[in-house]
Design a protein. Structure first.
Length: 476
């Protein structure tokens, strides 16, 4: 183990890597349940079934995606751990899964087609985007694109991801809530429901402060301690008892075998992917493939730069170590996810929580994969930890990652404005790739208008053009 992962060389230990793996897993375990909810429109009793879709079919999709999500996470994370030897975990990307549902599952229903047909055609699109992604990776083009990004964006992306992660944590815990007049608001302590609103928010805040105190005292395992204490506090505050319900595990495997993993072997699904009423023609199908590929690419680039920066795993040029292998692992994860029956598998931003706990090698990912494997049969274990207990870890990671923004030259508007847009647009648009795309467009325009455009800016120009087309043609 020492020889393979080079633990001493990376200044880590088996114990630290295990703690980091557990931290990352609990921070992202919500995806096990959230992803099938997003892809299958909440399943047999969800909103799409309520308006007339086939509930039984949606239930089958939910079960298939549940198993496929876990298998995709295991394969992708193990590749990242054993091939790239990096402490980053993979799972189905948030945002992309909802977009998948809109285009293919609910889209099929509203177009008068069977939801399973829509689901299968969507998997074909994801598979093809993954293949393109893989070709870009093995040829080195993805690595070249990542390294050619302007320096100001390389420094701003980790900070933007930090804000994004912190916002996800605050939202998951209910510390911030939607408000139709002010956009967002603080949780209503005075009139909010104790069990569903106030207690989770208090637990998250207490957990966050606890992690900060332990970090200040240099206590090892501060994040996982914070998660455990927050979990206990949640059940104490709400007077609830954790429940274990293992019913339905067998049915999930059955639906996975009949509905999930069979999709890419269905000739009709390939035809519907380009001619289905819910797709709208070959041009739209091609644009969807490009969109999924583009978003996945820059979500991955952003996450890798953010997490690697947090771990001090950048080379002398400010690029992540083993970035080529990391991107190959990510693209294979996408292909594997589509084969299993789920939406785009990508490097997960919550990996930064394990990095903050000290994870520096692929052993962290091995631990995460083992935890996901257990979820195939022991899903209630993952569901015991509530979102408000993992939220403190995400918020704390946001604090740590903001330090990167201090390295941006704020006196030079060619550097300051794109960096600011990357920082602010990631959380405000709820998308890492959107933040990168908007910042790239601003950078190119400012460089051109101020005569600072150079030959090295050609790559970021192509990125800007692709994102401009995506923004104009496809909303997600």
């Amino acid at each position: 183990m020492e020889k393979f992962f080079k633990l001493k060389e990376n200044n880590t230990t088996v114990r630290t890597e295990i703690m980091a793996g557990l931290t990352t897993f609990f921070a992202m375990a919500y995806i096990v349940f959230v992803n099938p909810n997003q892809v299958a429109a909440e399943g047999a009793n969800g909103w799409l079934a309520a308006i007339g879709a086939d509930g039984a079919a949606l239930g089958q999709i939910w079960n298939a995606v549940y198993i496929a999500s876990i298998l995709g996470a295991i394969v992708g994370t193990l590749l990242m751990a054993l091939y790239a030897k990096l402490p980053f975990a993979l799972a189905c990307g948030m945002g992309l899964n909802a977009f998948f549902c809109t285009c293919f599952v609910s889209g099929a229903f509203f177009a008068g087609e069977d939801v399973i047909t829509g689901y299968h055609s969507g998997l074909v699109i994801i598979f093809l985007s993954g293949i393109i992604f893989l070709l870009l990776s093995v040829t080195g083009l993805r690595e070249y694109i990542a390294k050619a990004m302007p320096d100001c964006l390389k420094k701003a992306i980790p900070a933007g991801i930090g804000l994004f992660i912190a916002m996800i944590g605050m939202k998951n815990a209910g510390l911030i809530q939607a408000n139709q007049y002010t956009f967002v608001q603080f949780v209503n302590i005075k009139d909010g429901d104790w069990v569903t609103e106030v207690a989770p928010a208090l637990v998250a805040f207490i957990g966050f402060v606890l992690i900060a105190i332990l970090a200040k005292l240099k206590v090892k395992g501060n994040i996982i301690i914070g998660i455990i204490v927050s979990t206990v506090l949640y059940y104490v505050f709400t007077a609830q008892i954790p429940s274990f319900d293992i019913a339905g595990v067998g049915q999930a495997f059955k639906d996975f075998g009949t509905v999930g993993i069979t999709a890419l072997f269905d000739g009709a699904a390939w035809g519907k992917a380009f001619t289905g009423a819910h797709i709208g023609g070959i041009f739209n199908a091609v644009m969807l493939i490009i969109t999924f590929c583009l978003v996945d690419m820059f979500d991955t680039v952003g996450t890798l730069y953010g997490a690697a920066s947090q771990a001090n795993m950048l080379d002398e040029n400010g690029d992540p170590v083993n970035v080529d292998k990391a991107m190959t692992a990510d693209s294979v994860g996408t292909v594997a996810g589509a084969v299993f029956g789920t939406s785009t598998v990508t490097t997960f931003v919550e990996s930064a929580s394990g990095v903050a706990e000290g994870g520096r090698t692929g052993l962290t990912g091995v631990v995460v994969s083992i935890c996901f494997a257990l979820c195939l049969f022991l899903s209630p274990v993952a569901s015991i930890v509530p979102g408000c207990a993992t939220a403190p870890a995400l918020i704390f990671v946001g604090v740590l990652m903001l330090k990167n923004f201090a390295k941006v030259d704020m006196d030079d508007m060619l550097s300051a404005v794109p960096a600011f847009l990357a920082l602010i647009m990631m959380p405000l648009t709820y998308s890492i790739s959107n933040g990168i795309g908007i910042a790239a467009i601003a950078y190119v325009l400012i460089a051109l208008c101020t005569k600072k455009y150079t030959k090295k800016d050609i790559v970021v120009t192509v990125i800007a053009i692709l994102f401009a087309l995506r923004f104009a043609l496809i909303y997600m």
